[in-house]
Design a protein around this ligand. Sequence first.
Ligand code: PEP
Ligand code: MN
Length: 343
Amino acid sequence: MIIVIKKGALPEQIDEVSTRLVEEGFKVHLSQGVEKTIVGAVGDRTRIKALDLEALPWVEKVVPILAPYKLVSREFHPADSIIQVGGQEIGGDRVHMMAGPCAVESKAQILETAHAVREAGATFLRGGAFKPRTSPYSFQGLEEEGLRYLADAREETGLMVVTEVIDARDVSLVAHYADILQIGARNMQNFILLKEAAKSGKPVLLKRGPSATLEEWMMAAEYIMDGGNYQVMFCERGIRTFESYTRNTLDLSMVPALHALSHLPVIVDPSHGTGRWQLVHPMAKAALAAGADGLIVEVHPQPEKAVSDGKQSLTPEKFKVMMDDLTGLSQALGRPFGDVSLC
Ligand code: PEP
Ligand code: MN
């Protein structure tokens, strides 16, 4: 349910609406826009009638949200949500490039990559310290040591760090080092992890599960918002289909679909989305053209030696070529890349 408040209502009048709803057992979320203020109420719909909120002169209307996702929906928050991370805004006037290796392998590797991607125009550094691997015999990540190297790279370059957390027990550790918590595709419906990530207070990059529908994905985001953390962004990273030439099928139709249904930013990962470095640049262009708010791309100084995902990783040289091209495209689209000098 959303309660649309008339323009010019006083804070105490808005408070009164919230108080009445809370007393009736609703969870209340306030969304204050320039044009209108919306009180989102989640709870037993049948109890709203008794409150007769429309009788209050400062209430414009009470509208039910029919979709199962509420806080994530555009009805709840008509304007695009902008997520502030360091000096950068995600979901605002500028798009962002998040780049780095699949996994943090050594201090030298992450520092070299961080400098190279910043030089080329990235504003965020990616890199997994905890790796969710299909095989238990594959490299599982450097864990806290890797997180420390990411923090060192941030110190040196100013790039904000996005890194994955795979276990609810590690959320506070990862949140201590990271600027954005990545929830990986395999964990999209790990509800305990979603709830812990909500409590961390850090922005969350929520990847799409390899077989998740749009609605399931939005409901996963709803868990984080319901936990009180409104700083959520979606990340389309491809889904499993019958196609085997590509690692996944990058479903770019989700970008405009999410923008229509939700106010949250949408990031696209053409690296996992294709599994082939040759396809990363063209699909990154397509993602920006489709309206993505940012990209997350794997870059490795020596992809042939990478411990994971070398096949889909760009060299720093290829990354630079791509960024030069994307910079022109983003300007033509009216949404330049984030300002590296703010890092
Ligand atoms: C990754 O970003 O390295 C990763 C494991 O991604 P995904 O969860 O999309 O597979
Ligand atoms: Mn990877």
